[in-house]
Design a protein around this ligand. Structure first.
Ligand SMILES: Cc1cc2nc3c(=O)[nH]c(=O)nc-3n(C[C@H](O)[C@H](O)[C@H](O)COP(=O)(O)OP(=O)(O)OC[C@H]3O[C@@H](n4cnc5c(N)ncnc54)[C@H](O)[C@@H]3O)c2cc1C
Length: 424
């Protein structure tokens, strides 16, 4: 049989595997299967500059048409893998196509958790996603972002469930667009994963920018007034403490789950995404990378599944090398960033539960600071507020990186300015 590598999931991780395979000289057959009906695009701007109307869909593309052509892919766009059989080495798509592979890459990412208890309101409606397009939803795809952007008009009442990265970033964007924003968060501060110090600061800044923060509360239900009744279409959000909030738009930003349903019958360990070794291998000839993958991390001494954009690219490079007979492992320092309105937070390292945050260099005039997270006195992560270069310096000083000193250290990609042509 001809060599045929099938990559399922046509986003950051999946596309990067195909690019790296060709770069490494792989000249066998290559298929890329993607459920979305768009060419591969970058997700982080969806809650930021794309939602704000500052970037076009074209500018999110991860590769222009010519670059995609050069990869010589069999592209299955708008097609979903529905099952895989590791014995016969086949993947079946939702149109019945069966792809036989010599190598399989799982890069299906994560799917957002929906809000439960959403339903029509007439006193006894069934739960279900009833919002008019964009009024009750999640933010994961370009289509989601388009629908939400359509709804974020000045004066609209936006209720966001969840104060994590997605919820807070979207809150900032909605505020900038003139919406009235309420954020309901289970924890005492937004961005609880960053600890009380940074989380409280983000909360203060969001409040100062006009958001209402309701902490220690979750969204229990969303009701929409049925058509034909007075105020048809009006949304009411019911919080866990009984508070009722009128809303025009409701966004669920309450986490995500690995998209592994199609692998259920494979026997792979899917306890938290696809469990892999330190080189991304889940089974003979089967690899996983990106948000869906839980890799053994030698530095951490355990398995980690990270939903960070740059990590997806790093894992993809290792997977491509190993598909071609390499023996690479990934042991780099994780990295991510989040844009909180005008503030950029970058974190290098692993935010380990129980680690204590201590500010290091504080510059109130320029609204900047750095800090370090320590667990049992040992630095496990560094954070910088509005000073990404300082984070790089601290990373070098405090977090040893076993890769070669020449290894590139990641930085958040600069989003293209409006009108910048997509590189081919
Ligand atoms: C709104 C938003 C903002 C973000 N901002 C940041 C940020 O600021 N910083 C940061 O570090 N990270 C950020 N992230 C996370 C980052 O985007 C992810 O880490 C990255 O996209 C992971 O890429 P991936 O290819 O692994 O998975 P995904 O991007 O989830 O892509 C997986 C693809 O697989 C497809 N798929 C799923 N199931 C199937 C199937 N059965 N068959 C075929 N295709 C399938 C999906 O449709 C999807 O297109 C953000 C994410 C979102 C949603």
């Amino acid at each position: 049989m001809n060599r045929h590598i099938v990559v399922v999931g046509a986003a950051a991780a999946g596309l990067a595997v195909t690019e790296q395979l060709r770069r490494l000289g792989y000249d066998g057959d290559l298929s890329l299967v993607g459920a979305e009906n768009h060419p591969p695009y970058d997700r982080p701007p969806l809650s930021k500059r794309f939602l704000a109307g500052e970037l076009s869909a074209e500018q999110l593309r991860l590769a222009g048409p010519e670059a995609l052509d050069r990869l010589a892919l069999a592209m299955h766009r708008g097609r979903r893998a529905v099952t895989a059989d590791l014995d016969s080495r086949t993947v079946t798509l939702d149109d019945g196509t069966v792809l036989t592979y010599t190598g399989l890459v799982v890069a299906t990412g994560v799917a957002p958790r929906g809000l439960t208890g959403t339903g029509p309101s007439d006193g006894g409606g069934e739960p279900g996603d009833v919002g008019r397009p964009g009024t009750v939803g999640t933010l994961k795809t370009l289509d989601d972002a388009r629908a939400l952007a359509e709804q974020l008009r000045p004066g609209r009442r936006v209720v966001i469930a969840g104060g994590g990265f997605l919820g807070t970033e979207t809150a900032w964007t909605a505020l900038a667009l003139g919406c009235e924003v309420t954020l309901a968060n289970r924890a005492a501060t937004p961005l609880a994963v960053l600890g009380g110090h940074v989380g409280s600061l983000v909360g203060e800044r969001l409040r100062a920018a006009g958001a209402t923060l309701l902490t220690g509360r979750t969204v229990r239900a969303v009701h929409q007034q049925r058509d034909g009744l007075p105020e048809a279409g009006r949304l009411t959000v019911l919080l866990s403490d009984g508070t009722r909030l009128p809303a025009d738009v409701v966004l669920g930003a309450i986490g995500s789950v690995p998209a592994t349903g199609w692998l259920a019958s494979t026997g792979l360990d899917l306890s938290d995404g696809v469990r892999c070794d330190a080189g991304g291998r889940a089974a003979p000839g089967v690899y996983a990378c990106g948000d869906v993958a839980s890799w053994y991390h030698p530095r951490h001494g355990g398995h980690l599944r990270l939903e960070h954009r740059m990590h997806a690219g790093e894992q993809a490079r290792v997977v491509a090398a190993n598909l071609l007979g390499g023996t690479e492992v990934l042991d780099s320092v994780p990295f991510f960033w989040t844009d909180q309105g005008p503030h950029k937070i970058v974190v290098h390292g692993l935010l380990t539960p129980g680690a204590e945050f201590k500010p290091l260099e504080v510059d109130p005039e320029r609204d900047r600071f750095t800090g370090v997270y320590r667990l049992d006195g040992r630095p496990v992560a560094v954070l910088a507020w509005n000073s990404p270069k300082e984070a790089l310096r601290l990373r070098r000083e405090l977090l040893t990186d076993p890769r070669s000193a020449d290894a590139p250290i990641p930085t958040a990609p600069a989003e293209p300015a409006a009108g910048t042509p997509v590189p081919q």
